[in-house]
Design a protein around this ligand. Structure first.
Ligand SMILES: C[S@@+](CC[C@H](N)C(=O)[O-])C[C@H]1O[C@@H](n2cnc3c(N)ncnc32)[C@H](O)[C@@H]1O
Length: 202
């Protein structure tokens, strides 16, 4: 990523814009998405995100859906296409990412996507499911805080499904979540990516 001090999780990426497109082909849908520099996985679908989108179970209960750390929006747009009647919250700190999600939702005709900074999601919103390819690079403490903040907003019977590579601490993260009282299980492991399912704490 270019730009001194620029990360994919910068609020205002400094890297000069270089728009690109991602042709996302999944087993059940195809979407053309805009991406840009300064945003995670510019120009391609991340391999971990693909595992999540192809293999995670869809929610069993009704309610709003959350893409936590949405980037340019491959998860949010997939959820919104699979569940056209559900409201899908696409949350990120990166303003360029949020602009891309808005553009991608408009292009795809998905009026059920709401792109929002974390603090702009009303406090009373609860989620039937959270899907996330979480920002491991923010560091362990910030990652833990992020997960607790949002998993505590699941509806009863809801669950979060996150994808984390085994080399990026998936197994210790699962142990930590269990220690905090969030029942967490490994749904599967594919090409080194673990899918973890996290239930609300009692
Ligand atoms: C690994 S990327 C995944 C992006 C996208 N979901 C994908 O699969 O391509 C993680 C995202 O989390 C975002 N992020 C970092 N800190 C965050 C926070 N505190 N709240 C919400 N999103 C955050 C980053 O800006 C980044 O876009």
């Amino acid at each position: 990523m270019s730009g001194r001090g620029d990360h994919y999780f910068s609020e205002m990426p400094q890297a000069a814009s270089q728009a690109g497109t991602v042709q996302m082909r999944l087993s059940d849908l195809e979407l053309q998405l805009a991406s840009d520099t300064g945003v995670f996985s510019h120009g391609r679908l991340d391999a971990g995100t693909r595992v999540l989108l192809e293999r995670a179970p869809m929610p069993q209960i009704r309610g709003d859906l959350l893409d936590l750390g949405c980037g340019y929006g491959p998860i949010a747009l997939t959820l919104a296409t699979r569940r056209k009647r559900a409201k899908v919250w696409a949350v990120d700190v990166n303003q360029r990412a949020l602009d891309l999600v808005r553009e991608n939702a408009k292009t795809a005709g998905r009026g059920n996507v709401v792109a929002s900074a974390p603090d702009d999601v009303p406090d009373d919103v609860r989620f039937a499911v959270i899907y996330s390819n979480p920002p491991i690079r923010v560091g362990k403490a910030a990652l833990h805080e992020l997960l607790v903040r949002w998993v505590d907003r699941l509806l009863p019977g809801g669950s979060a499904v996150i994808v984390v590579h085994k080399h990026l601490g998936s197994d210790s993260l699962a142990s930590w979540l269990n220690e905090q009282g969030f029942p967490t299980t490994r749904l599967l492991s594919e090409r080194g990516y673990r899918l973890l399912q996290i239930q609300p704490r009692a």
